[in-house]
Design a protein around this ligand. Structure first.
Ligand SMILES: NC(=O)c1ccc[n+]([C@@H]2O[C@H](COP(=O)([O-])OP(=O)(O)OC[C@H]3O[C@@H](n4cnc5c(N)ncnc54)[C@H](O)[C@@H]3O)[C@@H](O)[C@H]2O)c1
Ligand SMILES: [Zn+2]
Length: 356
């Protein structure tokens, strides 16, 4: 797989996701893309220190932010904008995000408001950002009212996806990414979920011991394009989340609440994995899901992948934390519910269930 084309209705917003075998290839493609334009690299301290990317491609104009969801805020956006002005970026310039979903969402947002919008490139460095956050143009930051409540839709000019980044990731970050891949598998009718299942069977030992091996990374990277294609099909039809793009929020209303309640100690992907189980259980409660088969299949898969789906927060605190979710309208908590694998509907808490 060389590339996946993303076609947005407004053709000017369409772009390619290109797959690179190593950092050298990223460097080559990035150089072509930059083409002597003024550009600012933005990354975080972990990516800067732990990966060899910056040994290969050093750029004087690099801003290194502090890593972590806790820093996904206006302060960091201000740093990006300020650095942009210091480095004299203009409307032809590029911002380049080299990082996970936190860096990617922030650079997307900063580039969308810098001089009323300039181009940016995504170089996702986590599994989660490869399969999910670098694709589709959702940008944003958190504030005291909740996650991603401030943001824009701003499509990147290009996404460069390179396997080499995965080798320095902590194992928990592999699980974070897999959670979003499983989400794609559940909302789609294709074979992605069973492919993840096969992978879980084959790599049971690695998952039990929570360690990255070259074999594991290769196998997972092989199915990254499947996941991206599921997201692609959806966002091409609904760029700004008026209808079917909402399905990609499966597990996220719960997940965001779990992230907040845990003070961001539960990472996004794991919170989503727990949130998906809450959504499946709620679907069953509301008799949208007719039996427990999918719930059981989901739990067995998470067990094999050694992903913890237990939930220490009670449903009332979760609901309370959910009230600021931007997916809610007129005080009703909107939920993505599951009828069957590949059959998703939008719903909410019923009155009776709300009183539980
Ligand atoms: N825009 C979207 O459509 C969308 C979709 C899904 C998630 N998100 C957002 O993405 C964020 C989660 O992204 P994430 O899981 O990538 O988190 P992250 O960006 O916080 O990265 C996770 C950790 O891994 C470190 N890291 C990143 N790349 C590394 C590498 N190659 N080697 C070693 N360490 C590395 C980071 O410094 C960080 O500590 C959340 O804020 C979530 O809201 C956005
Ligand atoms: Zn997510």
């Amino acid at each position: 797989m060389d590339k996946i084309e993303i076609h947005i209705k407004n053709i000017k917003k369409s772009y390619d996701i290109e797959f690179c075998k190593d950092f050298e290839e990223v460097k080559k493609k990035l150089k072509e893309e930059i083409n002597n334009r003024n550009c600012l690299f933005i990354t975080d301290d972990n990516v800067f220190r732990k990966t060899k990317f910056f040994n290969i491609f050093s750029n004087k104009k690099t801003l290194v932010l502090k890593n972590g969801e806790i820093n996904k805020n206006f302060e960091s956006i201000n740093k990006i904008l300020k650095k942009g002005f210091e480095e004299k970026l203009d409307r032809e310039s590029l911002m380049i995000a080299i990082g996970g979903g936190v860096v990617g969402d922030m650079v997307g947002f900063a580039s969308s408001i810098y001089m009323r919008g300039i181009n940016f490139i995504q170089i996702p460095t986590t599994l989660l950002s490869m399969v999910d956050s670098s694709v589709g143009g959702k940008t944003g930051i958190d504030n005291e009212y909740g996650k991603n409540l401030i943001g824009t839709f701003h499509q990147p000019k290009k996404v460069l996806c390179c396997k080499e980044f995965l080798s320095t990731l902590k194992f928990i970050e592999i699980k974070n990414g897999l959670s979003e891949m499983i989400k794609h598998g559940i909302i789609s009718k294709n074979k992605h979920l069973s492919n993840i299942n096969n992978l879980a069977n084959e790599l049971k030992k690695e998952f039990k011991e929570s360690h990255n091996s070259v074999n594991l990374i290769n196998k997972i990277f092989n199915i990254v394009p499947e996941s991206i294609k599921i997201k692609k099909e959806i966002i091409e039809k609904d760029e700004t989340e008026k209808n079917i793009r909402k399905f990609l929020n499966l597990g996220h209303t719960y997940g965001h609440a779990i992230e907040i309640l845990s003070n961001f100690k539960t990472p996004h992907g794991i919170a989503v994995a727990k949130g998906i189980l809450c959504s499946l259980n709620e679907s069953k409660k509301q008799k949208i899901l007719s039996n427990n088969d999918l719930i059981n299949e989901y739990k067995v898969l998470l067990d094999k992948l050694n992903i913890d789906y237990s939930n220490i927060f009670d449903i009332d605190s979760i609901k309370n934390a959910m009230t600021h979710d931007k997916k809610n309208t007129s005080g009703i908590i909107n939920l993505v519910l599951v009828k069957n694998k590949g059959e998703i509907i939008m719903g909410n808490f019923t009155k009776e269930i709300g009183n539980e």
